[in-house]
Design a protein around this ligand. Structure first.
Ligand code: LLP
Length: 424
């Protein structure tokens, strides 16, 4: 059984299903996912962590479509959620709060804290002293004890693709500053309704160097020892996500053995602890392509343009992070052109690729934009009144629509056409 995306007789396939067939059946643009690629990534990550007491929690922010969540749940991972909406979707997809769900996020509302505690998530990662007080009040009100972790900002520098995806500098908004973490942890220990069971960090995303993990983990381990000595029942070391995937031809797969070694060291240094990791991108990015139809070719001011029916509304990463995504025709196309691959949205920043050399595609041809499983549909918008695109899951030679595309009527579903005016 084939898996991933590959060419047969000049045509691009998702596992054993031709992408052209899917485009004809479902329309474009459409995200197409390979289930087996996700499972394979779960296996690779579990293998890298073999021998370490651990649980992989999929970071649902990368993609919280039901089809993706259920595939990963069936593959045996837990989930990391950052909002009430993600918590709702995760539970609906079958994840069990007490064993499978950790909840994080820098700006949780009282409602979200209450929901997380009411369902009894495995770990509520708290990001400030003020949030601890709210969690304590909630737990007391609900007559329960909430398992909490403190997200520590370990103040480490990371090398990553774009400054927007580094999160562990002390100037970033995330977590409790390292030099204040012990004091805040002692607040957690003293407050009613809370059990301080974990320490958490997440230093950044798309990280090829593991120095930041090692440096951050050492700081967390030292703090965990201090807190244990003071009586805190620390059971979890949550070292976040951030493993990279290759997007551009000069990028490779991450060295998972080296990553596993850093994790193993941290767990060994503390002992008697379960490692939690929260990877999003690594598990889902490579599992999907965005299939789009070429609508027009243009030549403006010396630049060639390939105008497609997908753009920044379906994939914002190129315009938001200058990200590179590989683009290839679905069918066999001869000749070559160097062009900007752009969408239909009314913004100059609406591009999928800039000055890209690719086969000389013409209107009616299909293109596949690669590595869109993470932060693709999850960051989609309805700008220009464009409905969300369909999502299709492929498994071997079978395929199914797992997210219906939005149509025009979906765009006005929440519109209140006869408003109920209130007088004050
Ligand atoms: N845990 C926490 C606390 C996070 O903030 C993140 C990502 C993750 C886990 C998962 O990170 P991953 O394994 O996917 O790298 N939209 C950006 C990426 C933003 C990542 C934000 N936090 C992009 O498209 O590159």
């Amino acid at each position: 059984m084939a898996q991933g995306f590959g060419r047969r007789d000049g045509e691009l396939y998702a596992a054993d299903v031709p992408l052209r067939l899917l485009a004809e059946a479902v329309g474009t643009p459409a995200y197409v996912y390979c289930a087996e690629t996700m499972r394979e990534r779960v296996r690779r990550l579990d293998d890298a962590l073999a021998g370490i007491p651990h649980r992989v929690h999929y970071a649902a922010k990368a993609n919280s479509s039901g089809g993706v969540l259920r595939t990963l749940r069936d593959a045996g991972v837990g989930v990391d959620v950052v909002s009430g909406g993600e918590l709702f979707k995760a539970i609906r997809a079958g994840f069990r709060p007490q064993t499978d769900i950790v909840f994080g996020g820098v700006g949780k509302t009282l409602r979200e804290i209450g929901e997380a505690i009411a369902v009894g998530v495995k770990l509520l990662n708290v990001e400030s002293e003020a949030e601890l007080h709210l969690a304590s009040e909630m737990a007391v009100e609900l007559k329960t004890t909430a398992a909490v972790g403190i997200r520590v900002n370990p103040d480490v520098e990371v090398e990553t693709a774009h400054e927007y995806i580094a999160t562990g500098d002390k100037e970033h908004k995330f977590g409790v500053p390292l030099d204040d973490a012990e004091r805040v942890a002692r607040v957690a220990m003293a407050l009613p309704g809370l059990a301080l069971q974990g320490l958490h960090m997440h230093v950044g995303s798309q990280l090829y160097s593991y120095a930041a993990y090692r440096e951050g983990a050492e700081k967390l381990v030292a703090l965990a020892k201090t807190l244990r000595a003071a009586g805190a029942p620390i059971r979890y070391l949550d070292l976040g996500g951030g493993l990279p995937v290759p997007y551009a031809p000069n990028e490779g797969e991450p060295d998972l053995a080296a990553y596993g070694a850093v994790m193993r060291e941290a767990v060994a240094a503390l002992g008697d602890v379960e490692l939690l990791v929260e990877h999003g991108r690594y598990l889902v990015a490579a599992s999907a392509v965005l299939v789009t139809e070429v609508l027009y070719r243009k030549h403006n001011g010396g630049v060639d343009f390939v105008v497609c029916d997908a753009g920044m509304t379906e994939l914002i990463r190129p315009s938001h992070y200058d990200a590179y995504h590989h683009v290839e025709p679905v069918g066999a196309v001869t000749g070559q052109v160097t062009a900007d691959v752009v969408g239909p949205v009314c913004e100059s920043g609406d591009f999928l690729a800039v000055a890209r050399t690719l086969p000389d595609v013409q209107p009616g041809d299909l293109l596949a934009i690669h590595t869109v499983g993470a932060y693709g549909s999850a960051m989609a918008s309805r700008y220009n009144a464009r409905g969300f695109a369909a999502e299709v899951l492929v498994d071997g030679n079978r395929w199914a629509v797992v997210t219906q595309p939005e149509d025009y009527t979906d765009l006005v579903r929440q519109d209140v056409e006869s408003p109920q005016w209130q007088e004050t």
